[in-house]
Ligand binder design. Structure first.
Ligand code: GRG
Length: 305
């Protein structure tokens, strides 16, 4: 596994890159949310989870995919905001009593603990719907070829929907407490976590007008990084403290199958490192324009939360 430390020069560069992406995404989200005419309690619940201190990995991947294919400027920000809204909706719903029944997320009480189940469900619904409104709002991506915007919307919908994240979550819920095969665990994680991560980098590339070869390469990158992200999450679930993770119950304790439980901790680490290394290999034709994608692939398996 790459041994990146936060004071290493390469990670300092990535840290700045992530911070810039995060600042731009949050400024866009603030502006967009402020202009919405919605009931106060709903806005409060949406904002509570949207601005709870997430790492903003998916926006960073979208920006990095966009830039790797020659994209410049702010046209990518609506995509970043939409991805973060979809991700936030998934976490709110995942924490509900009917799903994982979690009390803490990102170190704060979960949405339903603060707002009650009904408003938490509605905040999730609103964030998901709002994401697609942003993507289809012509004013936000003025000047971008509409065919590219349509391709982006389809890519994000596939990553978030029943073939992607929602499908993976369903397999997860249905297999809780059961013995499952390694292949099903991989499918579950590739859909539940990997699909939106892959859609983030691919949709950034589609928005920039990437060539079919570039899109295919970034699809492979996204699949590898997406699965590596989930394996790293499972490893952290058993090695990091509740404080570092910002949540209280481990997945293993909840009866979920994890990579370390299935394959052992060391093999899980080796698998994550291999997926990350394979992801970096496909970036060769992009040259230096893909340095953030390389750094993110390494960061994802070295992160501490
Ligand atoms: C409810 C449809 C529906 C889907 C939920 C993504 C998901 C599916 C559930 C989350 C369960 C979970 C903790 C999976 C591990 C990987 C993951 C997505 C972690 C959270 O993402 P981060 O680390 O979170 O990017 P932050 O807080 O940094 O935004």
């Amino acid at each position: 596994m790459p041994n990146l430390k936060w004071n290493h020069p390469k990670t300092v560069e990535l840290k700045e890159y992530l911070l810039t992406g995060r600042t731009r995404t949050e400024a866009f989200l603030e502006r967009y949310m402020a202009a919405l005419n919605i009931p106060d309690r709903l806005a409060e619940a949406m904002r509570y989870s949207l601005f709870a201190g997430g790492k903003r990995v998916r926006p960073a991947l979208a920006i990095a995919g966009f830039e790797a294919c020659g994209g410049v400027g702010d046209a990518v920000l609506p995509l970043c905001a939409a991805l973060e809204m979809i991700h936030t909706y998934s976490l709110i719903h995942d924490d509900l009593p009917a799903m994982d029944n979690d009390d803490f997320r990102r170190g704060k009480p979960t949405s339903h603990k603060v707002f009650g189940e009904a408003v938490a469900i509605l905040a999730g619904d609103a964030l998901l719907t709002q994401a697609f409104e942003i993507l289809s709002d012509g004013r936000e991506m003025a000047g971008v070829d509409p065919a590219r915007v349509t391709a982006v919307i389809a890519e994000v919908a596939r990553g978030a929907g029943s073939a992607g994240m929602v499908g993976g979550q369903t397999i997860d819920i249905m297999s809780e407490g059961m013995e499952i095969e390694a292949a099903l665990l991989e499918e579950l994680h590739s859909r539940k976590t990997g699909a939106l991560i892959r859609a983030s980098v691919v949709s950034g590339a589609l928005l920039a007008g990437g060539t079919p070869e570039q899109i295919a390469a970034l699809r492979r990158y996204g699949s590898n990084v997406g699965l590596a992200f989930q394996i790293a999450d499972d490893i952290l679930d058993v090695t990091a403290t509740a404080e570092e993770l910002g949540k209280s119950t481990s997945d293993e304790a909840r009866g979920k199958k994890t990579w370390p439980a299935m394959h052992g901790l060391e093999t899980a680490r080796t698998m994550a490192a291999k997926l990350s290394a394979d992801a970096v290999t496909v970036l060769e034709p992009f040259g230096n324009a893909a340095w953030p994608l390389r750094a993110i692939a390494e960061y994802i398996v070295a992160r501490k939360n």
